[in-house]
Design a protein around this ligand. Structure first.
Ligand code: GCU
Length: 327
């Protein structure tokens, strides 16, 4: 073989090699707990689409819904070791990794939606998103998870007195446990994916959630009373494993952050309609929706604030900063 032929042969090899490098695609796996009809799933699919577009197809997102990869707590643990790239969990689940986040679970924390948006989109929101970074969990953005209200199998929850003697499913969150106890119910932590069966089998008598989750989880098939007391406005949090984040170039990190921000806007647009649809559908399915006065619920929650501050005194300033945020 002449040296010219060898040279050409090597050029071809190099070309093939660089083409392979060019087409190397990074696939980020993202797991979450909701079904595919839920607006948060749709927002994640949108996030993946935008990421693929921005990266020219070099980064793809593969979304695993429905707790296929584990409960929210397990998903966070997978992120910590880097075997899962991204997730979306309720702020309540993140509480175990960030004391600051637990503040978001305080009942009637926000005066209204405008106040909530000011807090979450401002400096406090930024700090909260990064508050679990030391545990390898980097928050990218919040998703709207509306307001949580009680639903029960046996009767409407018209006032806290109606919670007496009921086993109420709560998320794996200390603040949620304190809240239900302060209101007079018996808090019972159950993972979201196991709640349908727990309700059916009478392990718990009632639960609480926002309308799209009450509807998409089909809990309305078992619980025929939905009492809109809107005790908490806990957002969802989209997170990336810090291990995966550090493997990305600055440009790639920017694409991911931008795609996440855009998906949050998209999710907020979907949310309003999803709430209206959920309320309409559960009513059609025979659920009695009631709107009790919030005052008696509100009057019970002082202890929840003092208990949290007693356990974590450093959170007093954060609570105050949130309360003093103007809208
Ligand atoms: C909401 C939240 C989920 C969470 C669920 C729960 O639906 O968006 O992330 O799993 O509440 O009650 O556990």
């Amino acid at each position: 073989m002449s040296s010219r032929t060898i040279f050409l042969f090597l050029c071809v090899l190099l070309l093939i090699g660089s083409c392979q490098l060019e087409t190397k695609v990074r696939v980020i796996k993202m797991g979450h707990s909701q079904v595919t009809t839920h607006p948060v799933h749709q927002a994640m699919v949108f996030l993946g689409k935008r990421l693929e577009e921005k990266s020219g197809g070099k980064i793809r997102l593969k979304v695993y819904p429905n707790q296929q990869l584990g409960t929210e707590r397990e998903l966070l643990e997978l992120l910590q070791i880097g075997s899962l790239g991204m997730t979306k969990v309720s702020a309540a689940t993140l509480e175990a990794f960030s004391p600051e986040i637990s503040v978001l679970g305080l009942p009637y924390l926000f005066r209204d939606d405008a106040h909530m948006n000011q807090v979450l989109e401002g400096q406090i929101g930024k700090e909260l998103l990064l508050s679990a970074e030391k545990f390898w969990l980097r928050g990218l953005c919040f998703y709207d998870a509306g307001k949580r209200s009680f639903y029960s199998k046996t009767k409407p929850i018209s006032s806290p007195e109606d919670l007496a003697g009921l086993k109420i499913r709560v998320q794996e969150s200390k603040v949620a446990i304190h809240m239900v106890r302060a209101m007079g119910g018996a808090p019972t932590p159950v993972a979201y994916g196991e709640l349908y069966t727990a309700l059916q089998q009478g392990i718990v008598d009632a639960a609480e959630n926002n309308p799209p989750s009450f509807y998409n989880s089909r809990h309305y098939e078992v619980c025929k009373f939905y009492s809109i007391d809107e005790h908490t406005a806990l957002p969802d949090v989209v997170l990336v494993s810090t291990k995966v984040w550090k493997e990305l170039s600055t440009e790639e990190q920017n694409w991911l952050q931008e795609a996440a921000n855009e998906s949050a806007k998209y999710q907020a647009e979907l949310w309003k309609e999803a709430v209206a649809e959920a309320l309409r559908e559960v009513q059609n399915a025979g659920v009695e929706i009631s709107y009790p006065s919030k005052t008696p619920f509100f009057e019970k929650v002082g202890d929840v604030y003092s208990q949290l501050i007693q356990e974590q005194p450093q959170l007093a300033t954060l609570i105050q900063r949130i309360q003093q945020t103007p809208q």
